[in-house]
Design a protein around this ligand. Structure first.
Ligand code: RUQ
Ligand code: CUA
Length: 668
């Protein structure tokens, strides 16, 4: 069947342009269904990964309006993320400081199998990592690197109570990684599955890893209900090819879903069956109070070999190079999206249990039992379309599968496997997303199609276009196209939840009284300048509409200057920025109550203005100051001026005999 395979593979090279002109499929009342009048709120928050920009876009649904861009794995000059001193440790890895990554799959934390609005997780794909975003601040608060892994793609899907999130290696590599011939792939290359503790903020860690044969592990989902305690991962390249995978990894009729009984894994660990394996990875945490991130480097993990823990892993043969694996809300059905398959195969969890009990095996791979396809399959959706990738559910007994090659979303019925409806999408849909659509209780109502190719959907903008998302009403029998909107980066996957779950829990400002940053000032009079050798620290308050101090002298060429800017406002959405002429990194953006630090190395003498970059008030343009840079070794004294009012406060408290941090250099 090599001929059929390669012709099918050839089809995948060309996304479908079956309908290649701009089509308007929106029905008459579509506009009313997506119109959110000025001053009104959207009903859902949607979190779309930024793909190759490494971040997360937050959109309102049904309007498609962009609400926020959350910095996660990439430096962002708009916010100073990864440029300011506080956040730099967040991007630290064993490969060094990592200014970029590719993020694919946002995943909401869950309680009892339902998104709960506490956190959003997302994977770093290139340098395998997982991140936690706090949904009261929309800030990244924690990043954990995944050791013994390459390509953290099957990640960070959660178990029903967020006990674990997972990461599986897309690329098998020598473990531990070392210098071997690539030719020795079959002998030396392995895959790992990582289970990561996730329910305690600031304490993510690798609970354990499972060493698997050297396939490519692609995606995963946890069981729920009856299948709670199991995790399912797709794999392709069961051929274990290491060159021209396009052809050589498409030979076998079936690849595998790895069904992992993680309670069994826990049991084996309790029985001492895990070994301590070398590992090298970073855990980075943003401290809530100081707003300063810290890194810790770790050196071992618990590693489980399937051979030493029988009953932990089984392989389910699945056609053909499966990509997505999605568990229906009841927890009974395991749906695979075989990129090159002509059907959508659905395994049954209860049949899987029976097949294990009855030992319905079809051999084994490296000690892992392979179950008989006929023993676990519940049904196959016939003629679904071409290139099934991902499936989500509406909670009403229906499944929706994205078809990459035939560019459509196909609705089908769980249990009867009949196709009920089709909606063409533009063009080449990857993931689709239904709010709660991978959970126990989907909210249904909408499906979002996340399309890879945009072509003629929007006004053209040169050779590269924004990605296109399409919102579809799935509340009725037939799908209705409602809206196209462009997105930033390439959203692979997305998650969404009803706005009321989180909108009233938003932090409005950080409490200044709780700020423990080393550079904090809680009042204007605490600002100042100090020197230790060639290091100069400037502590500065920002408040509408000035910096205190705003004139600084005594800096010399050859110094390294740290501007510690505290926004001392205690008011929602009053943000100040800070930029200084010649700064080579970025600006600072400082949330009310927070401190951010900019490192600056002046290279020449002169006077350098600085200013607020965020238009904060009518006198924002007045929010500025100067820093004088003298030659190295000059005797210009350290001077930090402050306002008359602040000076008067200092004088008053000095008279009262209170200890006081006078501005270094004594002010004037
Ligand atoms: S994967 S579609 Cu990460 Cu499907 Cu992108
Ligand atoms: Cu502060 Cu503009």
């Amino acid at each position: 069947m090599v001929g059929a395979v390669s012709s099918l593979a050839a089809v995948t090279l060309f996304y479908s342009c079956a309908v290649n002109k701009t089509a308007n499929l929106a029905s008459g009342d579509a506009a009313g269904k997506v119109y959110v009048p000025p001053g009104s709120y959207d009903t859902y928050y949607a979190f779309l990964s930024g793909g190759y920009n490494g971040q997360i876009g937050v959109y309102g649904l049904p309007s498609g309006r962009l609400l926020k861009f959350v910095s996660v794995f990439s430096q962002n000059p708009e916010t100073g993320w990864g440029y300011n001193e506080e956040s730099k440790p967040m991007l630290q890895t064993t490969y060094g400081f990592m200014p970029w990554d590719d993020s694919h799959h946002p995943e909401l934390s869950q309680t009892d199998g339902v998104p709960d609005g506490r956190w959003l997780f997302i994977n770093g794909n290139n340098t395998p990592r997982v991140a936690r975003v706090d949904l009261t601040t929309f800030e990244t608060t924690e990043i954990l690197q995944i050791p013994n892994s390459a390509g953290g793609h099957a990640s960070p899907f959660t178990t029903p109570n967020t006990k674990y999130i997972v990461s599986a290696t897309r690329f098998s590599v020598p473990i531990p990684n070392n210098d071997v011939a690539i030719e020795s792939y079959k002998k030396n290359f392995k895959g790992t599955l990582s289970f990561i503790t996730a329910d305690q903020p600031g304490k993510m860690d690798i609970a354990f890893q499972i060493l698997l044969p050297g396939f490519n592990y692609d995606l995963g989902h946890a069981g729920k209900g009856p299948s709670d305690g199991w995790f399912f991962f797709t794999s392709y390249n069961s051929e274990q090819a290491n060159e021209k995978l396009e052809l050589n990894a498409s030979q076998n009729d079936k690849d595998f879903i790895a069904a992992v009984n993680y309670r069994q894994a826990e049991q084996c660990i309790a029985e001492g069956k895990a070994r301590t394996a070398p590992a090298d990875y970073f855990h980075n945490v943003m401290d809530e109070k100081s707003h300063q991130a810290r890194s810790e480097r770790k050196s071992t993990v618990k590693m489980l070999d399937p051979s030493s823990c029988p009953g932990m892993v089984y392989y389910l043969p699945t056609p053909k190079s499966p990509h997505g694996v999605d568990i229906d809300p009841s927890g009974e059905y395991i749906v695979a999206g075989g990129k090159l398959a002509t059907v959508i195969p659905v395994h049954s969890f209860s049949k899987l249990q029976k097949a294990i009990a009855d030992k319905q095996f079809d051999g084994e791979v490296e000690g892992i039992p392979v179950l008989k396809y006929s023993a676990t399959i519940a049904g196959e959706v016939q003629k679904p379309g071409l290139g099934p990738l991902h499936t989500e559910f509406d909670g009403k007994g229906n499944a929706y599968t994205s078809m990459f090659i035939s560019s459509e979303i196909v609705k089908w019925k769980l249990g009867t496997w009949e196709v009920l409806d089709r909606m063409p999408v533009y063009y080449s849909v990857g993931h689709l997303m239904i709010p709660g659509g991978d959970s126990k209780k989907p909210w249904g109502q909408y499906a979002l199609s996340l399309n890879k190719i945009t072509k003629d959907r929007y006004l053209p903008t040169g050779p590269e276009l924004a990605q296109s998302a399409q919102l579809i009403d799935i509340s009725g029998d037939k799908m209705k196209m409602l809206l196209d909107f462009p997105t930033i980066g390439e959203p692979h996957y997305a998650q969404a939840l009803p706005a009321e779950l989180i909108k009233d829990k938003q932090l409005k400002y950080y409490k200044l009284s709780e700020n423990t940053n080393a550079g904090v000032v809680r009042a204007e009079r605490e600002g100042g300048i100090s020197r230790q050798g060639k290091r100069v620290d400037i502590k500065m308050a920002a408040i509408r509409s000035h910096f205190a101090p705003d004139n600084l002298e005594g800096v010399q060429v050859g110094d390294t200057v740290y501007f510690h800017v505290t926004n001392i406002e205690q008011d929602w959405d009053i943000v100040h920025g800070f930029a200084v002429l010649g700064a080579e990194n970025s600006e600072l953006i400082v949330a009310p109550g927070a401190t951010r630090t900019l490192k600056w190395i002046p290279k020449a003498t002169g006077v350098y203005p600085f200013y607020c970059t965020d238009f904060c008030s009518a006198l924002h343009q007045e929010m500025q100051g100067y820093v004088r840079v003298s030659p190295a070794g000059s005797n210009t004294p350290l001077i930090a001026n402050i306002s008359k009012k602040a000076a008067a406060q200092i004088a008053k408290s000095e008279k009262e005999g209170h200890e006081q941090h006078a501005p270094a250099g004594g002010g004037r």
